[in-house]
Design a protein around this ligand. Structure first.
Ligand code: GTP
Ligand code: MG
Length: 315
């Protein structure tokens, strides 16, 4: 790696830490100066040089389409939901799964942790999962149950799901900071944050802390997007819903938590709501790729499915 005007020792240090021109070009100067102990002015210069040396390489819309069609997707195990999403949960972007209590957000995340491990022709990415748990709801028992129904090697499935329990927002931040190397080391292709909102909502209370909260949310969201692009992984984050105080103005009684700043970060947003029995309705919104549409799916003993089996109607 060569960057004109940058000290050779610094470049050697960055190479040793695993940086490439591409990863430097999408790093932030804060990250570089904090993590690698480089003066912030120099870090800025390194990033500018890396960006300049890669040049601006315009690609045609045709090429863009070709690249997009090759991007990995993880099946949700529901054909209908996959179709609404354009083939499943996409790599290189952030997908938000919002919904009320018991709407199936965590269940879908479990299903994705299993499905990412499938071969590509079965809707997986031949990779592993990292699950950031903020509510201590990760359930290996449930993973075993879901994997057994599909006759998968349960032990292998469990061995390939890594869990980080985030106790508060600082802890969440520090787990995300460490993911760069873990993702490569453990062949992670799916990162789940379940739930993104919970600590923010309990730690940053009141209007006075709103600005600080929004900044922190943006900072973490940005990091998640960089991880998704840099490592070609899918990132799924769940979000609770809150009562909308402007209900009478806009006619929508509920909306995903975390407010305006967050709302524009995910490339795909799914909204789950409960329907009869084990059925759920998912609506895709705010997608630049797919139209706003709804899918009906089920949360059963087997996990996420399209049509349930007769034995699923035990409720
Ligand atoms: P919160 O985290 O509370 O916001 O909800 P969530 O959207 O994450 O809900 P979750 O994914 O945990 O879905 C809960 C629903 O999934 C329950 O109401 C059950 O219908 C279903 N569910 C959870 N565990 C099981 C299970 O072991 N077997 C079956 N059949 N269904 C389950
Ligand atoms: Mg949950």
């Amino acid at each position: 790696m060569q960057l004109r005007g940058i000290d050779k020792d610094i470049i050697a240090k960055l190479e040793e830490a695993g940086y490439t021109l591409e990863s430097l070009a999408i790093s932030s100067s804060e990250e570089l100066s904090d993590k690698e102990d480089i003066e912030s002015e120099i870090a800025k210069k390194i990033i500018e040089k890396a960006q300049a040396s890669l040049g601006i390489q315009p690609i045609s819309a045709m090429k863009f389409l070709e690249l997009e069609s090759k991007r990995g997707r993880i099946t949700t195990s529901s054909n209908e939901l996959d179709s609404v999403l354009g083939g499943g949960i996409w790599t290189q972007e952030l997908t938000e799964i919002a919904g009320g209590f018991g709407s199936g957000k965590t269940q879908l995340c479990f299903q994705l942790c299993i499905n990412v491990q499938l071969p590509e022709d079965e809707g997986g990415l031949n990779g592993n999962a990292f699950f950031i748990d903020t509510e201590r709801t990760f359930s290996p028992r449930r993973i075993v149950e879901m994997a057994s129904y599909r006759e998968l090697d349960v032990e292998k499935i469990l061995n390939n799901i890594y869990i980080g329990s985030a106790l508060n927002t600082n802890h969440l931040f520090s787990i995300i900071e460490q993911l760069d190397s873990i993702i490569e080391e453990k062949n992670i292709r799916l990162l789940v944050v379940d739930s993104f909102a919970s600590h923010f909502r309990s730690e940053y209370i009141g209007k006075k802390r709103l600005v600080e909260r929004q900044q922190r949310i943006m900072q973490i969201a940005e990091k998640l997007i960089v991880l998704a692009v840099k490592h070609d992984i899918a990132v799924a984050v769940t979000n609770q819903i809150i009562a909308n105080v402007d209900e009478f103005l806009f006619g929508s009684p509920e909306e995903p938590a975390l407010g305006f700043a967050w709302a524009h970060r995910p490339q795909q947003r799914l909204f789950f709501r409960k329907s009869r029995g084990s059925s759920r309705i998912a609506r895709l919104f705010d997608s630049s790729r797919m139209p706003e549409r709804e899918a009906l799916f089920y949360v059963t003993e087997r996990g996420i499915t399209d049509a349930p089996l007769p034995s699923d109607f035990y409720e």
